[in-house]
Ligand binder design. Structure first.
Ligand code: C2E
Ligand code: CA
Ligand code: CA
Ligand code: CA
Length: 277
């Protein structure tokens, strides 16, 4: 307790010295960028391992012309969470992504969308209805949209989150648990949560190449997730060896720099068409 106070004090006193005096990204900048739609989704494709073809794309927030240059998504998201802006950010990403999905389909490319959702949205009981309304208004089906929730924060308000997750499932959205292996939840706890997809964190995907423990966790996670009827995605696949290993362990989908880096929505159809058969 005392130690925590000391640490907090130290952080307080350290902060102004660390902060850069000019060119600081302010919350006003961010609020404006959300309002004007200056933030945009870039997309990273996912490949179905058995069929060897692109099946989906994850939307990742980008701010190409930020006031301080390109801004990291981690900075954008934490600033938005801190100042109550994450909800408008999520809906901006959802709306823009769904519009891209329609555009791709008009060009003969059919990919599911994955949208990252912050915990702050999942404690709001009206979230499922609001996303369903938006998706319907844009003429799309819930089945084509997946929400990714980071595992590490899942257990903080479990009762309410469970309610929201169930409502989303009833509306036929897909639910993926993100960064699996980095948080505190066990697969046993997952049994009670309505996820139908599991994304293995890249630290296990990559670590399994040379660490026995990472390999053991990867292998047993895949096995149990599949017994629970979940689709398993390996993220952070950076090499052919990564791909072959997770394929051997039974992962259904792969995502990572080996396949493609995140790209602007406009670039997706051409990338998909160029994907080797
Ligand atoms: P995430 O959801 O785990 O997304 C994967 C991150 O890993 C992305 O970073 C992606 O560019 C990166 N990545 C993909 N493949 C590889 C690989 O092979 N190797 C390595 N080293 N990295 C890879 P990004 O775009 O910087 O996003 C970081 C995090 O920010 C995301 O992690 C997610 O938690 C959060 N985020 C991004 N966009 C949004 C958003 O629209 N809403 C919310 N709530 N969070 C978002
Ligand atoms: Ca994600
Ligand atoms: Ca992830
Ligand atoms: Ca992550």
């Amino acid at each position: 307790q005392a130690l925590r106070e000391i640490l907090a004090k130290r952080r307080e006193t350290a902060a102004p010295a660390d902060a850069r005096p000019s060119q600081e990204l302010s919350v006003e900048h961010l609020a404006k960028a959300i309002e004007t739609g200056e933030l945009e989704p870039w997309f990273q494709p996912k490949i179905d391992v058995a069929r060897r073809e692109p099946v989906g794309a994850e939307a990742l927030v980008r701010w190409p012309h930020g006031p301080t240059g390109p801004v990291s998504p981690v900075v954008i998201v934490s600033l938005a969470e801190e100042h109550g802006l994450i909800d408008p950010l999520t809906f901006l990403m959802l709306e823009k992504s769904v519009r891209f999905r329609r555009l791709w389909r008009e060009q003969g490319v059919d990919l599911t969308l994955a949208i990252n959702v912050s915990m702050d949205s999942l404690v709001r009981l009206d979230f499922p209805q609001r996303v369903a309304d938006l998706v319907e208004r844009l003429g799309e089906k819930a089945e084509g949209v997946q929400f990714e929730v980071t595992e590490s924060r899942l257990m903080s308000d479990l009762v309410r989150v469970l309610d929201v997750l169930l409502r989303l499932r009833l509306k036929r959205f897909w639910l993926a648990i993100d960064d699996f292996g980095t948080g505190h939840s066990s697969l046993a706890q997952l049994r009670d949560l309505p996820f139908n997809k599991l994304k293995l964190d890249r630290s296990y995907v990559q670590g399994a190449g040379n660490e026995e423990r990472a390999r053991a966790i990867l292998e047993s996670s895949v096995e149990m997730a599949k017994r629970l009827g979940m689709v398993v995605v390996a993220e952070g696949v950076e090499t052919l060896a990564d791909w072959q290993r997770v394929e051997r362990f039974g992962c259904d989908q792969v995502q990572g720099y080996f396949i493609a880096r995140p790209m602007p929505g406009d670039a997706v159809p051409a990338w998909v068409r160029a994907w080797p058969e």
